[in-house]
Design a binder for this molecule. Structure first.
Ligand code: F6R
Length: 357
């Protein structure tokens, strides 16, 4: 039931701090240590490479999962779009572990890959929100998102839940391999949950930004570098699917290799800056597009902010910024769709789970 919320999407955005706390609790053992099933740890330890397979928003979560697992656990990871995997099957390592990320657990494109790799005899883990779903039943192992039912077609709380579970997998994998990650993930995820709460209380500012930047435009660009690039892909997907604004996410450095030709007087460019190492370069990209008439909106993280920024995110651990930077971008898509009179929870041409290939 959506209760007092006008839309499921807004309710689900607001549930994210709660989901975060639930995930921390569900994945803690009696000693307060993060833990997952021993058989899954064994499968990760036995693997020489992880192949993440997913579609849409779950694919975007996978891109960030790769960063988390590689930097924390030092295991090589590849991420593949489910529907493309069959055509461009990569040369597999000797001991691959397949990880399927799927909110619904029913995505036909992902299932097709699962069937294929099971036939080849490889182990598979499904990370899903739906216990007993097809992908969960057919894989060897399952990790649950514990996000509660997601009703709105546009995925929000499942995405941040996927990121949290992937971070936990990375931490547990690191621990099992004797790799020191250098921070306390339980504590940092708690800080993330608090930051999410702060962000959910700042809706008016985001509504204002949506009105200013996205009420009449035909298109919009999101730019970022490093993990901010992956979040910008997700921000663009959210915006296009519910507001029908043509939106694209770009790596800041790629702009000059073609895309900058699209910038016109008044084109909205939303730039994300949550990483110290890219703060100056992304601001350089903002200057480039602004000089060509773009209308820039900078969303930065506390500690990196400058006077011209439109929105400043509360600080969280630098590896976990996608968990919170996506929230104003989800809200931006929501308010843009609302202002443009779109059906937020049931966008045209889309279904909640895509069970055809
Ligand atoms: C976008 C969205 C879709 C899904 C995709 C995969 O908001 O919801 O892009 O992420 O269809 O679905 P699952 O995760 O159920 O496999």
């Amino acid at each position: 039931e959506k209760g007092t919320h006008p839309h499921y999407m807004l309710k689900e955005i607001d549930e994210q701090p709660l989901v975060m706390r639930k995930i921390i609790q569900k994945y803690q053992d009696n000693d307060g240590e993060l833990a997952i099933d021993g058989t899954i740890i064994d499968a990760i330890k036995a693997a020489d490479r992880i192949y993440i397979i997913a579609a849409g928003t779950s694919y975007h979560a996978g891109l960030i999962g790769k960063q988390l697992i590689e930097s924390m656990a030092k295991i090589p990871v590849e991420v593949h779009i489910s529907s493309e995997f069959g055509y461009n099957m990569p040369l597999l390592s000797e001991k691959p572990l397949f990880v399927f990320i799927s909110q619904s657990g029913e995505t036909a494109d992902s299932r097709a890959v699962l069937v294929q790799v099971k036939e080849m005899g490889h182990p598979a883990l499904t990370i899903t929100n739906v216990p007993g779903s097809t992908l969960s039943r057919e894989a060897d192992f399952t990790l649950l998102l514990h996000a509660g039912p997601e009703i709105a077609v546009a995925s929000t709380k499942a995405y941040t839940a996927q990121l949290a579970v992937l971070a936990i997998v990375a931490e547990v994998a690191a621990k099992s391999r004797g790799v020191e990650i250098g921070f306390d993930l339980v504590k940092e995820l708690g800080i993330v949950a608090n930051a999410m709460e702060v962000l959910c209380d700042l809706k008016e500012i985001i509504e204002h930004i949506a009105r200013e930047f996205l009420t009449v435009t035909r298109n919009a660009f999101f730019i970022g570098r490093a993990v901010d690039y992956y979040v910008s892909l997700e921000a663009a997907l959210k915006l296009k699917e519910i507001s029908y604004i043509q939106a694209e996410g770009f790596a800041g450095g790629e702009l000059k290799h073609g895309t900058i030709a699209l910038i016109e007087e008044g084109t909205p460019v939303i730039a994300l800056s949550t990483q110290e190492k890219v703060n100056l370069s992304i601001r350089g990209n903002v200057k480039e597009v602004a000089a060509r008439g773009a209308y820039p909106c900078i969303i930065s993280m506390k500690g990196l902010e400058q006077d011209e920024d439109s929105f400043v995110l509360p600080a969280v651990h630098e590896q976990l910024t996608p968990l919170i930077s996506v929230i104003p971008l989800q809200l931006l898509a929501y308010y843009a769709a609302l202002h443009r009179g779109c059906d937020v929870d049931k966008p045209r041409n889309l279904a909640k789970s895509v069970t055809v290939e």
